[in-house]
Design a protein around this ligand. Structure first.
Ligand SMILES: [Zn+2]
Ligand SMILES: [Zn+2]
Length: 373
């Protein structure tokens, strides 16, 4: 077979979807002549395959070509569906919609300053504070508080830190801000479909809220680290996890091709109920940890553990099961915090959702406010 023929065959395999992405570094590619599946593995930035063609001739076989084509197609689709969320700036008069506006000094509120504008046509002056209207404090203080809290500080520590920059707010006020904006952002984000990959992982955390044991389940996209869904439950029955899997389908608009969980029965039962389907071609493959530890790179497991530890730290700081804080953490994780494993990108950026502006919280809040009016 010539190199050109291998490439054409690879393209055919990719367009027939005769391959399954197991992780960033591992694909299963169906043999075109037997019932076998080959492992195409990335090591030191090079793909290798365990088929005879690659093993004996050391050539770039059709399976590797298939993986490369499939990656290219994924990138193209992602590029096409990219969305960018821009900060909102004032470009017209609030009263007459004229574009002829000019900056006109600063309005001094009790706790913060805001830009004032004057309209050259109707001569009225105005200032706009999208998303932060009627707040006693400005966007900077509020989003700083959110950032500190979700980075792992307690509500009381956030309140103390704000005092250093001249803001006198109680920890209850900080809590109210987080609650208000988490709810607003939650509704807005519901309308956005993240372009997550096809391999998802699920894990559970045991938590104690005022002495009561709770379980927190999470569903993470392996490729982008996007936290697709979370679920807090009193029990660890199949139905609790089933709800998580169902939410995941709703958020992503699809089910995964591969689901990785630990070996617990409840995960498998929930998988059978939500992701197992009759035609084999559409069935989600279920891999449990025991299996996973043996034949895949441990690197990814390490990263997943880091993920859990950070989430655990934040959630363990809660006194009671408090959904605004738990939901807020999900937004922080997906949209705000750059991820080490993604070369500094946020999971949402890896999913094709970019948020511009210096303060991502502010950009999100402005857009949420505008779109939900
Ligand atoms: Zn091969
Ligand atoms: Zn005007």
């Amino acid at each position: 077979m010539t190199q050109n023929e291998r490439e054409i065959k690879g393209k055919e395999i990719a367009s027939r979807h005769d391959l399954t992405r197991i992780s960033d570094n591992l694909y299963h590619v169906k043999s075109q002549t037997t019932d076998k599946e080959y492992n195409v593995i990335k090591t030191n930035d090079k793909w290798i395959c365990n088929c005879p063609d690659h093993t004996f001739r050391q050539v770039c076989c059709k399976h590797i070509h298939a993986v490369e084509f499939s990656l290219k197609i994924r990138e193209e689709v992602k590029e096409k569906n990219k969305i960018t969320i821009q900060p909102i700036t004032i470009d017209s008069c609030l009263f007459c919609k004229s574009k002829e506006i000019k900056k006109y000094g600063i309005r001094h509120n009790k706790n913060y300053d805001i830009q004032r504008f004057v309209c050259q046509d109707c001569h009225k002056t105005f200032s706009v504070n999208i998303g932060f209207e009627k707040m006693k404090h400005g966007p900077k203080g509020i989003t700083t508080a959110m950032q500190l809290y979700f980075s792992g500080e307690s509500l009381r520590n956030v309140s103390k830190s704000l005092k250093l920059i001249g803001m006198d707010v109680t920890h209850q006020t900080v809590y109210n801000w987080i609650k208000k904006y988490t709810e607003l952002l939650g509704k807005y984000i519901e309308g956005i479909t993240p372009q997550v990959g096809d391999t998802w992982r699920s894990d559970e955390l045991f938590l104690k809220f005022s002495g009561n044991i709770k379980y927190m389940y999470a569903l993470l996209d392996d490729e982008t680290r996007y936290l697709i869904a979370q679920q807090v439950a009193n029990t660890k029955f199949k139905e609790d996890i089933r709800q998580l899997f169902r939410d995941g389908k709703k958020v992503a608009g699809k089910k995964p091709k591969v689901l990785i969980t630990d070996g617990a029965r409840n995960f498998h039962q929930a998988y059978m109920a939500e992701y197992w389907t009759r035609p084999l071609e559409t069935r989600t493959q279920h891999i449990s940890h025991i299996h996973f530890k043996r034949d895949m790179n441990n690197n990814k497991m390490e990263r997943l553990n880091g993920e859990i530890r950070h989430r655990e730290k934040v959630v363990r700081g809660l006194k009671k099961e408090d959904s605004p804080l738990i939901d807020g953490y999900q937004i922080f994780h997906n949209y705000i915090r750059p991820h080490e494993g993604l070369e500094g990108k946020t999971p949402s950026e890896a999913c094709g959702i970019r948020i511009n502006g210096r303060d991502k919280w502010k950009t999100l809040i402005q857009n949420a406010n505008k779109s939900l009016q």
